[in-house]
Write a protein that binds this ligand. Structure first.
Ligand code: ADP
Ligand code: MG
Length: 375
């Protein structure tokens, strides 16, 4: 990541939002994901300070907080500033020498909406601090340290997907990422479809919600499965046959959690094939099947989101819809025929308003730059 400093010593950095086309709750199971980015950005204007403190102001949460760069420790009840602290701590742990800074943060990504405002914030802060301190690190290393920041300092057991795609995605491409070995394949999104985001308006807070419970359940399943087969190091290592054979041992709940991960990994593979052959009808079906699995097997949806998915699927040109992100609220992604995108967005806004009284925010996914400095 390069440097961009103006005459007053200020730097400007930004990082896009993440839109996961398919492969939900698979990243922390060493599985497959197929995300892209969109031109909604978290922006950080950074200015140097002569002391060793960070003063951060977020326009989104209308709060200013400061902390010393020395002895940053994880908080008992993490708050938004802990994402910033975590990134500063992990940069220093990676050997980057940081000086004090004033950070002005603003974001056009809905916070807690499933578009990864959290990883976008982490990458925008990391890029800003690197730039301000005239330091560089490979993008993939920045992604990894931002994930550690979220795990250790924000208390969320997330996988690597969000940070990786925000740091490294090619504009207008989907990224097939193998979360075990971090192998990447860029996949073109067919011109005949566009991606539409609609916010249900229901807010989640990951650390408070079932996200960590789900990652604990997956770890518990791996532990049980490994008793019979030590080759199983993550749910990634299961297939439907091995899973069916262990049904009794797992019990109904863990069996369904595992089934989501196994079938979702296969849906990612199938989605890539559908994109490559421009079979948009099948891609839509896979997205709908992903939602059903997240709702029924992984149980991370909610009534409002299910209702929004039903409304979206009944709108003109929509080929399939699903919840995106951690779940328990947030946004819905719809795959829409390109020439019907405006009509679909308008219908979804109107029909969801009839049910929920206020018109939802919609966004048509646009090509974005990866995290970095900008003028
Ligand atoms: P998502 O990543 O899907 O938006 P998360 O719950 O993972 O949802 O992250 C949302 C949290 O990230 C917010 O509650 C807040 O703590 C932090 N955050 C993200 N963007 C900002 C921002 N611009 N200003 C302050 N905090 C932010
Ligand atoms: Mg997040």
């Amino acid at each position: 990541m390069s440097d961009s400093t103006d005459l007053a010593g200020q730097t400007r950095s930004r990082a896009p939002a993440r839109v996961n086309i398919i492969g939900e709750h698979t990243d922390y199971n060493d599985g497959l994901v197929l995300p892209t980015t969109t031109a909604l950005y978290t922006t950080v204007v950074a200015a140097p300070r002569s002391d060793r403190t960070i003063h951060a102001n977020s326009r989104n949460v209308q709060d200013t907080q400061c902390f010393a760069l020395d002895n940053i420790v994880p908080a008992r009840n993490p708050d938004w500033i802990d994402y910033v602290k975590g990134v500063a701590a992990e940069l220093q742990a990676a050997g980057i020498e940081l000086h004090g800074a004033n950070l002005e943060i603003s974001s056009d990504i809905p916070l807690g909406g499933g578009l990864s405002s959290s990883a976008s914030l982490e990458l925008a802060i990391a890029t800003a601090l690197l730039s301000l301190n005239s330091a560089t690190l490979p993008d993939t290393e920045v992604a990894k340290l931002c994930r550690r920041a979220e795990n250790r300092y924000a208390g969320v057991n997330c996988g690597i997907m969000d940070q990786y795609v925000i740091a490294c995605c090619d504009s207008n491409m989907a990224m097939l990422l193998d979360c075990r070995d971090l192998a990447v394949d860029q996949v073109a999104i067919p011109d005949s479809v566009r991606l539409l985001i609609t916010d249900s308006g229901v807010k989640h807070r990951l650390a408070d919600s079932g996200y960590n419970t789900r990652s604990d359940e997956c770890a518990q399943a791996v532990k049980l499965l490994a008793e019979n087969d030590p080759q199983i190091a993550a749910l990634r290592d299961l297939n439907m046959e091995t899973l069916e054979a262990q049904k009794e041992q797992l019990g109904d709940l863990l069996f369904r959690r595992c089934r989501h991960v196994v079938t979702e990994n296969q849906r990612v593979r199938d989605a890539v094939a559908s994109m490559q052959s421009a079979d948009i009808g099948n891609l839509g079906k896979l997205i709908s099947a992903s939602h059903a699995s997240l709702r029924d097997d992984f149980e991370v949806s909610c009534d409002e989101v299910d209702q929004l998915v039903t409304i979206a699927d009944a709108s003109t040109g929509v080929l399939g819809s699903r919840m995106v992100g951690a779940g328990f609220g947030g946004c819905v992604l719809s795959l829409v025929e390109s020439d019907k995108i405006d009509q679909a967005a308008q219908q979804i806004r109107q029909r969801y308003k009839d049910v929920c009284s206020s018109e939802p925010w919609t966004h048509i996914v646009m090509p974005a730059d990866p995290a970095g400095p900008y003028d």
